[in-house]
Design a protein around this ligand. Structure first.
Ligand SMILES: Nc1ncnc2c1ncn2[C@@H]1O[C@H](COP(=O)(O)OP(=O)(O)OP(=O)(O)O)[C@@H](O)[C@H]1O
Ligand SMILES: [Mg+2]
Length: 367
């Protein structure tokens, strides 16, 4: 009996894909920035993109490459306790380099519910100087520090605090870099804050759709390097349905692989069935949460667009909604910023994420 092979697709969040599709330029820019002198603008980069665009895995891939270049990475999510988390991540990643004295010491361990408390010799020093001391100690040994902060949230005060420290570290010429990642709406609110004018000057990189050829290569290598095959016709169908969106690619690949059971080839029938299944999953984990973040007017704009087979004419969308061109273009701009639609110029717009159009045709109110 043939053995079932492990499914190599990763339709979840934050999981490194078997084959990375596209994004080379984004990775290279930051890596070059790290190789360059302190002060290189790529050393402060913000990645923005809708859910499932691949922000977390991109940031992790860069951090991994940076680590292989000798950088220390401190990674955390923007939430309460961020400074503590970043410091802990920094100290643990650099444990092999740092002086033992400056490492956090375990002072007590509670069993059930499990917990531990740590005490650091630096504890009474303000956060900014605790970071600065550790970075300086690493820099003295020619080691740079890359901070990666995911799920940017403008309400996280510790994030705003950390950004202001980072600005000081940069102006003092320390060998540091910072990558932030978040949903476009979260990032744009953060950028409006007066306290972080520094990040307005950081490089903002939008994670848009990935070119079809790159999606195709990633599909193919994930399938063939894991012991199955796919015909050109089935592959093209899968690529088209993914619409350049990495999470959709993983969903389609995952289901199609499952449907093959112990057969070797992913056929057109497997892919067709997988697309239907993946769209349901996309609706649940990407479309609905994204629409919940949109205003009612924005949802109405999208629903008006969904009536068209192909791209929509912006002036017609305004007419359908019965609103002025100025109001319509404000809505259009906000939806482009969210990464849901794209501007095709010549007065045309189209959806930039899969599954939205079909969902909105059935649910014009967004739910
Ligand atoms: N470039 C890529 N190539 C192939 N697969 C990818 C790529 N980027 C992301 N993926 C896949 O898509 C999934 C979602 O990616 P990720 O979790 O990074 O999205 P995200 O933008 O961080 O989403 P969220 O906003 O919900 O945190 C991952 O589990 C990964 O397997
Ligand atoms: Mg993420």
């Amino acid at each position: 009996m043939a053995t079932l092979r492990r499914n190599p697709f990763t339709p979840t969040f934050g999981h490194a894909p078997f084959a990375f599709a596209g994004r080379d330029e984004l990775i290279d820019d930051v890596i070059e920035g790290l190789a360059n002198q302190p002060g290189d603008p790529n050393r402060a980069t913000i990645f923005l993109g809708p859910r499932g665009a691949g922000k977390t895995v991109l940031m992790n891939a860069i951090a991994q490459e940076a680590s292989s270049m000798g950088w220390i990475n401190a990674n955390a999510v923007a939430r309460r306790g961020l400074l503590e988390d970043l410091m802990y991540a920094l100290k643990t990643s650099a444990a092999h380099i740092l002086d033992e004295q400056s490492l956090p010491q375990l002072t007590s361990v509670k069993v059930g519910p499990v917990g531990a408390s740590w005490e650091s010799p630096q504890e009474n020093i303000p956060w900014r100087f605790r970071f600065q001391q550790t970075i300086e100690e690493l820099n003295r040994q020619d080691v740079g520090v890359l901070f990666t902060i995911d799920e940017v949230n403008p309400e996280c005060e510790e994030l705003i605090e950390f950004i202001s420290f980072f600005q000081l570290f940069v102006s003092e010429g320390l060998d540091v870099a910072m990558l932030l990642a978040g949903l476009p709406s979260m990032v744009s609110t953060l950028l409006q804050s007066d306290y972080v004018s520094f990040v307005r000057r950081a490089f903002q990189r939008h994670l848009g759709t990935i070119p079809d050829e790159d999606i195709k290569d990633a599909f193919l290598s994930t399938i063939t390097e894991n012991g199955k095959t796919i015909g050109e016709d089935a592959l093209d169908l899968a690529v088209k349905a993914a619409e350049g969106f990495p999470f959709a690619m993983q969903l389609i690949g995952y289901s199609a692989w499952r449907y093959t059971k112990d057969e070797k080839e992913l056929t057109r029938a497997h892919v067709e069935k997988a697309i239907r299944r993946s769209y349901q999953e996309m609706e649940h984990s990407v479309v609905q949460p994204t629409l919940r973040e949109c205003s009612q007017r924005e949802v109405e704009y999208l629903a008006a667009m969904a009536a068209d087979e192909g791209p929509s004419i912006t002036s017609e969308v305004a007419v359908r909604m019965g609103i002025s061109m100025t109001n319509a273009s404000n809505l259009r701009r906000r939806l482009i910023d969210r990464g849901v639609i794209k501007d095709l110029r010549m007065g045309l717009v189209d959806f930039d994420m899969p599954a939205f159009k079909t969902y909105l045709r059935e649910h014009p109110l967004g739910y």
